[in-house]
Unconditional design. Structure first.
Length: 230
């Protein structure tokens, strides 16, 4: 018979904060103090994150600065600079996500350049998995799902959709081409117990972009802060 141990385990109902979580908490305070509204855009590679930002700038729908994340090259920052957007590129090398410390440094650089707008987009590294594990302290986490990727992704990659405050179905002009079912995405988000706004956006439809900007402005006025854990 096994001897009974005198030890017992106690459940501690508190997450142990990682270094990233601690920096994300600091960032959250900085955003609030400086009246910044920060949006973390996450998606697969090529789903249209940079194109959306280009369009917001081109049509003068919102004034914003950008922190760009890619494994290599400064191509996305250069694309946005062409439209007069102050965009700072982070190249992560092998890392498939941005971390809070990288964002903190980039924010310092944008600030030092003296052109920090009230809205800041963080374009995360294109990946539907890793960014969901790194809190960047953003006011809003927004996931893009483009129509060519298929309408079945919400339940296949639930973690990233669980931390989303809104979902953008991008390349909406191709809905019919790819037989993309918006109802499937809604149903799967409901299965994840998420009632969140869904925007259908196309680079060819300025109104869809305007509606999205209105949503961001309303949430900035409300001082919305994401409550989702990473
Ligand atoms: N038809 C159509 N094509 C689009 C739309 N938005 C973007 N694209 C195209 O999709 C491709 C990828 O767009 P990007 O904006 O570079 O995608 P991204 O998410 O920034 O890509 P990464 O930064 O590499 O993760 C480009 O060829 C765009 O022209 C859209 O609304 N409709
Ligand atoms: Mg991009």
């Amino acid at each position: 018979m096994e001897s009974q141990s005198n030890t017992r385990s106690i459940e501690i109902g508190q997450r142990i904060l990682s270094k990233n979580d601690k920096v994300a908490m600091e960032l959250r305070k900085t955003y609030a103090q400086d009246n910044l509204f920060v949006i973390n855009l996450m998606s697969s590679p090529g789903s249209g994150k940079t194109t959306l930002l280009e369009n917001l700038a081109k049509h003068k729908l919102l004034e914003f600065s950008v922190i760009e994340g890619d494994l290599q090259t400064n191509r996305d920052a250069a694309r946005l600079n062409t439209f007069g957007v102050n965009a700072h590129q982070i190249t992560t090398g092998d890392a498939c996500h941005l971390e809070a410390l990288m964002v903190q440094e980039a924010l310092g650089i944008l600030r030092a350049q003296g052109d920090l707008k009230d809205f800041i987009f963080i374009e995360n590294v294109g990946n539907l998995v890793c960014p969901a594990s790194y809190d960047l302290g953003a006011n809003m986490n927004i996931v893009l799902l483009s129509t060519p990727e298929g309408d079945d992704k919400v339940l296949k990659y639930p973690t990233i959709f669980l931390c989303a405050d809104a979902v953008i179905i991008s390349k909406a002009d191709l809905i019919d081409v790819f037989n993309f079912k918006v109802a499937q995405v809604k149903e799967d988000l409901e299965k994840l117990k998420k009632e969140i706004p869904i925007f259908l956006i196309s680079s060819k439809d300025v109104e869809s972009q305007r509606e999205f900007c209105k949503f961001l402005q309303q949430n900035k006025e409300k001082n919305y802060v994401s409550c989702h854990t990473f």
